[in-house]
Ligand binder design. Structure first.
Ligand code: ADP
Length: 585
């Protein structure tokens, strides 16, 4: 534990650590000296030898002064290191997260990071602030007492030396049981944290579909699993605690028995016996205390381990000799990819998107279309093959240069807890007020703003929950317009938007993609039909490719798909008497 936690100490506090550890050790040793000196002190008192008693009292007092001074030192330095650690870890975690591949962020990330930054960092800090001192005392005070007694009564001393490793082993076993259970509780509570956040953010969607009660199944399952693991944790801590404290009491009884049998054998005086029994209890107390803290220490060690694991999650490799793009083409060459926990979802995919052309990705749900967009923008690194952007492999660019090439309009639009204007400005931080407004106007965000109580300054709420899905997409298009990047990665809305949003989105996308290289996960028939190249995907493979007319003429999977979708759209046209689907264009 100590080593893992020590690695998290910031450089600025590293020099304090030896001073802190020295104070902790001196504090514990001085306590054991004070306890051991009680034996001759009590003996002298019982004998009525007051002169010696005063001498020993002076010794005990001197040890007590050292305990006080060292105690003060360890408290001050411990808190200083702890506070420094919290501050530096929160900054380091923030900085490190910014370097991680985008693919690292998923639905559980928010819960995971928020727990790390709040609870885990404080748990790890507790080691210095209040855990280590009693833990070290729990080992050193009994050891010091045992060694000190060697000069007074070797038998009792030996009995202590023999029982200590046994106590240690039982304690370690108990901590292991607890540690494993604690890990499971942590994972379960991360999951439920994430589900709570998701449930809160998704309220408008859930209510719109009358699913506010049924839609929280994931949350309920996560909470149930957390409760189950919490119960298991309680049970896991029982065997270790019960066996350990029984053993501690048995050791004490054994020591008392030893002292009494030596007294009745005549080898120990009655005053010495009383003093030894008193000191034996001092041998036991710190052990008990350390055992009680061991579970907290184990929790702190787990917390430190989780922080370390996050800080050691490899960031995206940044190239040593960065390149600049030659154009805005994109090329996939024999690319295969699987998500960390699953089967291959992109299987030997090769295609080229020449600069300034549009490629539509079409195919059944789950066939890997969205994944291709994520791979192009290096959310993840591929498992095999390579992806080139602007004539160079994606990993030859510094991540900022690569991201400069792309404007992303994905379905899961995240809006910050800021005004609409600030949310559009995310597209390009240094854009002028006029540029923000004109990008917003193209995506008809101005029309949304007119309806909001504080106009442009209206705060859109956490995650943009005060806007509808279509409206959020318009803000995201405005951001992309403002960014004006040469390659547009677009994930079209799968669900039909209301006519007003649909018209605004179509217009925004039209402007956004003009003269750009576009890869689009296409659902609208007009987008598909006008694409320069259509890739039909199934189970991660490209099964057909070509332009609309060629593919229709070929009469394969695409032709079937087109037939079905056109019939559905036609039915929709008649049924709703609108042209919302846009298939007629
Ligand atoms: P499409 O866009 O064609 O619907 P996706 O690219 O979203 O397909 O998904 C392809 C496959 O990858 C699916 O089986 C999906 O469940 C899986 N998948 C998508 N995203 C993730 C993820 N973040 N982690 C694990 N599996 C994922």
């Amino acid at each position: 534990m100590i080593r893992t936690v020590l690695r998290l100490v910031p450089d600025s506090e590293r020099a304090t650590v030896p001073r802190y550890l020295a104070a902790v050790v001196v504090h514990a040793l001085a306590q054991s000296v004070a306890y051991v000196l009680l034996v001759p002190l009590l003996e002298a008192l019982f004998r009525g030898d007051l002169a010696s008693a005063w001498g020993w009292t002076a010794g005990v007092a001197a040890a007590a002064v050292v305990v006080a001074v060292a105690g003060y030192q360890q408290a001050v330095t411990g808190i200083r290191i702890g506070v420094g650690m919290v501050h530096s870890l929160q900054t380091r975690i923030g900085d490190h997260i910014a370097t991680l591949p985008l693919g690292w962020f998923d639905s559980t990330t928010a819960g995971r990071v928020s727990r790390l930054v709040s609870t885990s960092v404080k748990d790890a800090m507790g080691v210095f602030a209040h855990l280590l001192t009693p833990m070290v005392a729990g080992v050193l005070v009994p050891a010091g007492v045992a060694v000190g007694l060697l000069f007074i009564d070797p038998h009792v001393s030996l009995a202590m030396v023999v029982s200590a490793p046994l106590l240690y082993l039982v304690n370690r076993w108990g901590r292991r049981l607890y540690g494993r259970a604690e890990d499971r509780v942590h994972t379960a509570s991360e999951e439920s944290n994430a589900r709570v956040i998701e449930f809160a953010q998704a309220q408008p969607v859930l209510r719109a579909f009358d699913a506010a009660t049924t839609g929280n199944r994931g949350l309920q399952e996560a909470l149930e699993s957390q409760r189950r693991e919490g119960r298991r944790l309680v049970w896991a801590s029982v065997p270790g605690l019960v066996v350990f404290s029984s053993l501690v009491q048995a050791t004490f009884v054994g020591l008392v028995y030893l002292v009494i049998s030596q007294t009745s054998g005549g080898s120990l005086s009655a005053p010495a016996a009383i003093a030894l029994i008193a000191v034996s209890s001092r041998f036991i107390d710190p052990l008990n205390q350390a055992a009680e803290l061991a579970t907290a220490a184990r929790g702190a060690a787990n917390a430190a381990e989780r922080i370390r694991a996050l800080l050691e999650t490899p960031p995206l490799d940044e190239p040593t000799a960065p390149v600049r793009p030659q154009d805005s083409s994109v090329r996939f060459e024999a690319v295969s990819f699987a998500y960390a926990d699953g089967a291959t979802v992109v299987d030997d995919v090769t295609f080229e998107v020449p600069a300034g052309t549009t490629t539509a990705l079409v195919g059944p749900s789950g066939s890997g279309k969205t994944t291709l967009l994520r791979l192009a923008s290096r959310f993840y690194d591929v498992d095999a093959g390579r992806i080139e952007v602007g004539g160079h492999p994606v990993d030859a660019y510094p991540s900022t240069t690569l991201m400069e090439q792309f404007a992303l309009v994905f379905q899961d639009v995240y809006l910050f807890h800021q005004s609409i204007a600030e949310n559009v400005r995310i597209g390009r931080a240094d854009a002028t007020e006029g540029e923000v407004l004109s990008a917003a106007a193209v995506a008809r965000v101005d029309e949304i703003v007119e309806r909001l109580p504080d106009g442009w300054d209206t705060n859109v709420g956490e995650g943009g929950t005060s806007l509808s899905g279509g409206e959020r997409q318009r803000v995201s298009i405005a951001r992309a317009l403002l960014k004006d990047a040469p390659i547009v990665l677009l994930d079209e809305a799968t669900s039909a938007l209301d006519p007003q949003n649909e018209a605004a989105v179509v217009r925004g996308v039209h402007e956004l993609t003009r003269d750009k290289t576009v890869i689009v996960v296409a659902h609208r028939l007009s987008t598909i039909r006008h694409a320069d190249q259509i890739l039909f995907l199934d189970q991660g493979r490209i099964v057909e490719r070509g332009a609309h007319d060629e593919l229709l003429a070929a009469g394969g999977r695409y032709a079937d798909f087109w037939g079905e979708r056109s019939r559905a759209a036609g039915w929709h046209l008649v049924g709703s008497a609108t042209t919302a689907d846009g298939s007629g264009k």
